[in-house]
Design a protein around this ligand. Structure first.
Ligand SMILES: *Cc1c(COP(=O)(O)O)cnc(C)c1O
Length: 446
């Protein structure tokens, strides 16, 4: 297998970011034993070429992943030894490593040492745990559901709506706030909405802010939002799944001021720390709020419940048995140190600027000056209708080309093409490839 992996890694800087072909194999499980080489060959030839290449340099759509090698080794080790990371009693070492990872993040984001956290499978589950804690602390239950208000923005990630439905809050009052010209929550609008709601006998309970929205990378005015939460006793949740780890950069830190005042925070190491998919993080200041839904007792687990040992991940999450995912965060941080991570994040900010400059020279219109590494652009035509049509066609052409993967979104109902630069392998030559591809696609559609 190491030969195949080596070959894959050799081509990773040049491979296309996207392939439209569907796999030909059916991947059927026949029940017969088959040679490993044949099964491996199916993986290499059928699974890898189709769809987006998240490990490659050329994934600039949605929010790119990464997949650093040291994490793969950590996963390999974790799987071979199969440490039981759900409960302290079963693997004090594994749980202590996960605790250390969480401790490192608490320090980074200015959360107190006695806050709690959990390494989840991703940002969506992390947000689910955070909103569950918010629900329990704010006692949003029974008759209170219909009169409790949750504030978010039109660019809040859709996993928040999913989470609210899952936790029985689909009938809560949701206010989707309009945004300012830089796609951030408008504090005046928010304050006015809170006053209106109060005057109607409703109860403001939760405010969700973004440390980097998925659509545009915008950072909400977190400090002002925290002030409002204090004044109105609302739970302040910050979703930093995409943007949180830019906190590592001194020049970005001031923009994230206020994040330390959140009651709960979500960050996604499988985005901003470039790790392979499968690890998100939630930090929550109130231990009681998280325990309310997740603590447990079971007769057959009596040996594991000991108040004198550290809390177990299983007490803070819906999961019991789980992958020892802390190791894939801990090991790279130990063997690489933090500097390469910072350098890569810094590079992504510079590449975003470079991409925008080059697009502007080509006559593209650009979204507002980005705060992080997501931005958007479109090619202007005579009317809104012809502009819309042209850019949709351009997006299709870019996907058909596939050399570098970009995705699109709607901003105030306008179709725009997004660039999201976060894969650690994305370099200046990747952006040059993207520009050549755009030139090629522009020529094709005329
Ligand atoms: C990606 C993302 C999520 C969802 O996280 P997953 O890891 O994909 O489950 C939530 N919020 C924001 C802002 C995101 O960018």
């Amino acid at each position: 297998m190491d030969v195949e992996v080596e070959n894959f890694l050799q081509s990773i800087y040049t491979m296309p970011g996207y392939g439209q072909a569907k796999p030909e194999a059916t991947f059927r499980i026949s029940g017969e034993a088959e040679p490993f080489e044949e099964v491996l060959s199916t993986y290499m030839t059928q699974i890898i070429p189709s769809g987006i290449q998240p490990a490659s340099a050329a994934h600039l759509g949605y929010i790119p992943g990464g997949g650093i090698f040291a994490s793969a080794l950590a996963d390999y080790l974790a799987c071979i030894t199969n440490e039981y990371a759900g409960v302290y009693y079963a693997s004090p070492g594994a749980v202590t490593i996960e605790e250390e990872v969480l401790h490192w993040m608490k320090k980074l984001f200015g959360f107190p040492g006695d806050s709690v956290g959990n390494l989840t499978s991703g940002g969506s589950i992390a947000n689910l745990i955070a909103l569950t804690a918010a629900r329990d602390q704010q006692q949003i239950k029974g008759a209170a559901i219909n009169t409790s208000v949750i504030y978010m923005s039109t660019h809040t990630h859709h996993c928040m709506h999913k989470a609210l439905r899952i936790i029985g809050l689909e009938d809560v009052v949701i206010r989707e706030l309009k945004l300012d010209t830089r796609h951030r929550v408008d504090i005046k609008e928010l304050s006015a909405q809170i006053e209106t709601d109060l005057s109607q006998g409703l109860k403001p309970t939760v405010l969700i802010g973004a440390a980097g929205t998925t659509d545009t990378g915008a950072i909400d005015p977190l400090s002002e939002m925290a002030d409002l939460c204090e004044r109105h006793k609302m739970w302040f949740h910050v979703d930093g799944a995409y943007g949180g780890f830019f906190m590592l950069l001194d020049e970005v830190k001031p923009k994230l001021k206020g994040i330390e005042r959140a009651d709960s925070l979500v960050i996604d190491p499988h985005k901003g720390l470039f790790l392979p998919y499968g690890v998100g993080t939630v930090l929550v200041k109130s231990k009681e709020a998280v325990l309310h839904s997740h603590h447990y007792t079971a007769n057959y687990m009596q040996d594991t419940l000991n108040p004198d040992v550290p809390m177990s991940p299983a007490e803070l999450s819906p999961e019991l048995t789980k992958h020892f995912r802390g190791l894939r965060v801990w090991l790279p941080l130990r063997v690489h140190g933090i500097e390469p991570f910072k350098a890569c994040l810094e590079e992504k900010l510079l590449l975003t600027q470079y991409f925008r400059e080059q697009l502007a020279e080509r006559g593209f219109e650009l979204g507002p000056e980005p705060e992080l590494s997501v931005s958007y652009f479109w090619y202007p035509k005579e009317t809104p209708e012809t502009t819309d049509k042209f850019n949709r066609k351009l997006m299709q052409q870019i996907h058909a080309d596939g050399d570098v993967f970009l995705s699109s979104t709607l901003i105030d109902d306008q179709f725009v093409i997004r660039m999201a630069i976060l894969a650690f392998r994305t370099k200046k030559h990747t952006i040059d490839r993207a520009l050549s591809m755009i030139d090629r696609c522009m020529d094709k559609i005329g």
